[in-house]
Ligand binder design. Sequence first.
Ligand SMILES: Nc1nc(=O)c2c([nH]1)NC[C@@H]1CN(c3ccc(C(=O)N[C@@H](CCC(=O)O)C(=O)O)cc3)C=[N+]21
Length: 283
Amino acid sequence: MSARILDGKAVAARIIEQLAQQTERLTQAGKRPPALAVVLVGEDPASAIYVRSKKQDCAKSGIRSISHELPASTSQEALLALVHSLNADPEVDGILVQLPLPAHIDADAITAAIDPAKDVDGFHSYNIGRLAQKMPTLRPCTPKGMMTLLAETGENLVGKDAVVVGASNIVGRPMALELLMARCTVTICHSATHDLPAKVRGADIVVAAVGRPQFVKGDWIKPGAIVLDVGINRLDDDRITGDIEYEVARERASWITPVPGGVGPMTRASLMENTFIAAGHTL
Ligand SMILES: Nc1nc(=O)c2c([nH]1)NC[C@@H]1CN(c3ccc(C(=O)N[C@@H](CCC(=O)O)C(=O)O)cc3)C=[N+]21
């Protein structure tokens, strides 16, 4: 079997086009477009690239993006003060503080300070708790984007065995909660997991979010499985590769996300959707 490609780039473009039409209708009705504040601290080159592409997505969606670029020396107090002012600003619907933050800043304290109703990343404990109780509010963007891709397959997810490799707060854990809410049977694997290959071999859905190139071997994939690759690993020659051994996995999977052009663009499209939701609009 050769897998069908889950084309995140194309699905994301379609979502953004629909949002652009919605913004058009809003402005014709005399309403202001949704507004997203993007906060970047320091000069990490990868972060600067991501923030630039988020601003481009805002422009395409008709979302107003409000950029705050602060020096790496910014104190935690100053960043908290900015977050508080954005929380209080009625012209701001969504707040995204780009991670990672410089080491002298406590990222968890910043996440906790963002008004949950403006937390378009879905990282705040309130939003994670709501997802855990299967009453999601703002949902973390990468898992949300992957659920949109799973819906694109047209497959019935109920009762499928899903294995999530990686247990981070921003991807692995919330993805496990999403899959559980979709009534999959979910296994979360991490660095203390015994016999990872055996766990993956049993999976109808595999999500790899470990951040190590080609960590999940292609011959671990059960024939017919759906394979979602969150990894974006930059190689020495500047090419990027995922967490899954793609060339082998694609011969076994029924569906697979490419890297680039799979989960990454869906993360950004989900961010745009969350900004509309935070602004009080339905999609
Ligand atoms: N507060 C916060 N929220 C985030 O959502 C967040 C963050 N901080 N910090 C960094 C990570 C990383 N992330 C990506 C999103 C999209 C692509 C993406 O669109 N990638 C493209 C292009 C890849 C490339 O060429 O570099 C692709 O996969 O096709 C990548 C990475 C969001 N993050």
